[in-house]
Ligand binder design. Structure first.
Ligand code: AMP
Length: 176
């Protein structure tokens, strides 16, 4: 990766303080998406990493993961598999729950979204605690597909998400 990429992408993020609740600094990706140069830079950087790794499917996490995973799958010439919030996917699903600060949340995948042995990249916008992606990986593994790598635009390193996702490889373009 060109060593100037992280700083160029970071400059396109906006910090929104106290969103969605007091004490959280939200990493707003909308300026990056709104600028065709930085949006293309993010997608092209991911695509260069995975182009020669025989990826069968990109697995995307609702909803901001869709924004990066769909163009990545197109660039790689591979399929897309959706992981969504409960009740959104119309056919038969598997579900996995994960803990939030207060309570739990659930994610679902169609039971036929992946084939056994498929090589997949799982992608989201930001890794915070890693709980969302850990549940997504469990869904992928229930379908007996292989997680080649977990990717995200940005990682909040102080929350330890990478450790939670071990032993899977994690690749992020920006570490905060
Ligand atoms: P987690 O499960 O804790 O890794 O949270 C991941 C999800 O929450 C990701 O899909 C992010 O989009 C979102 N998220 C959590 N914290 C932040 C943050 N500070 N800024 C932007 N998005 C965040």
């Amino acid at each position: 990766m060109d060593p100037t990429v992280p700083a160029r992408l970071l400059a396109a993020l906006r910090d929104v303080v106290d969103f969605p609740k007091p004490g959280i600094v939200f990493k707003d990706i909308t300026p990056l998406l709104g600028d065709p140069t930085t949006f293309a830079l993010a997608i092209d950087t991911f695509a260069a990493r995975y182009r020669d790794r025989a990826i069968d499917r990109v697995v995307v996490v609702e909803s901001r993961g869709f924004l990066f995973g769909a163009p990545l799958a197109y660039a790689l010439g591979c399929g897309l598999a959706l992981v969504r919030k409960p009740g959104k996917l119309p056919a038969a699903t598997h579900a996995e729950s994960y803990d939030l600060e207060y309570g739990t949340d659930t994610l679902e995948i169609h039971t036929d979204a992946l084939r056994p042995g498929d090589r997949v990249v799982v992608i989201d916008d930001v890794i915070a605690t890693g709980g969302t992606l850990a549940a997504t990986v469990r869904l992928v593994e229930r379908l007996h597909a292989e997680v080649v790598e977990i990717a995200a635009l940005a990682e909040l390193t102080f929350l330890g998400g990478r450790a939670r996702l071990a032993p899977h490889a994690v690749h992020t373009l920006i570490q905060l």
